[in-house]
Design a protein around this ligand. Structure first.
Ligand code: PGA
Length: 255
């Protein structure tokens, strides 16, 4: 089952509109390698401008979060309809920074993932264990719980189109990435959890690794059979570094 690699840049709370436009333009100006799907997730404030720059390019647009309701009295929230209206194709759901700082729960992640599909957005659902959970050898338990919760209620077709990102919390923004074999093992476990849900669909689900991925360590992950791409934070803010990561995955496709 050949899954097309996906590399996603998560710009987090970085970039003014002008900076976001410049970064998006630098990416689209570059020669993008074939065989890899790409997306960038700018902050909400820059989505509309970046959408215009990406138009007609191979780079997809994603948001970093959303609420599950369509519209209403939810001050400060952004709905899936609004994101689809701007041309978003993806939305990150349940990033550990949202779980940690903004009260995101397994239950809200599941509601958001289901709502994304209703509005033809592909959710990129993040899961990952914290350092103390890892030290207590709880990784498998935590990941299984998060994946089961996030996928509850999804149809087989939705499961096949879902994107998951394994992002160990201790590896995000720390410069301390997981090793390739370590990430491959947990991602294999995630696929086993999905297979219990629907075995055929689980073979299509793309599962990315995220956490301190750089141009220097991308080969470590792109060589692993279970890892279908990368969710990149820091290194995605530099077009050159982001492109080097993309090339790392393109090489795998050609190999
Ligand atoms: P990082 O972030 O690449 O800066 O570690 C990854 C992420 O949070 O998605």
């Amino acid at each position: 089952m050949a899954r097309i690699p996906l590399v996603v840049g998560n710009w987090k709370m970085h970039t003014t509109v002008a900076e976001a436009r410049a970064l998006a333009a630098a990416i689209t100006r570059s020669v993008l390698p074939a065989g890899v799907e790409l997306a960038v997730c700018p902050p909400f404030t820059a989505l509309a401008d970046v959408a215009r720059i990406l138009e007609g390019s191979a780079v997809g647009l994603g948001a970093q979060d959303m609420f599950w309701e369509v519209a209403g009295a939810f001050t400060g929230e952004v709905s899936p309809v609004m994101l689809a209206d701007l041309g978003c194709r993806y939305v990150i759901v349940g990033h550990s920074e949202r779980r940690q700082h903004f009260g995101e729960t397994d239950e809200s992640v599941a509601r958001k993932a289901r709502a994304a599909f209703v509005h033809k957005l592909t959710p990129i659902v993040c899961v990952g264990e914290r350092l103390e959970e890892r030290d207590a050898r709880q990784t498998e338990r935590v990941i299984t719980r998060q994946v089961e919760a996030a996928t509850a209620g999804l149809s087989a077709e939705q499961l096949a189109h879902l994107v998951l990102a394994y992002e160990p919390v201790w590896a995000i923004g720390t410069g301390r990435a997981a090793t390739g074999p370590e990430a491959n093992r947990v991602i294999g476990l995630i696929r086993t959890v999905l297979a219990a849900h629907d075995s055929a669909a689980s073979k299509h689900t793309r599962i990315l690794y995220g956490g301190s991925v750089t141009a220097d360590n991308v080969a470590e992950f792109s060589q692993q059979p279970e890892i279908d791409g990368a969710l990149v934070g820091g290194a995605s803010l530099d077009a050159r570094k982001f492109l080097a990561i993309i090339s790392g995955y393109a090489r795998r496709t050609l190999a």
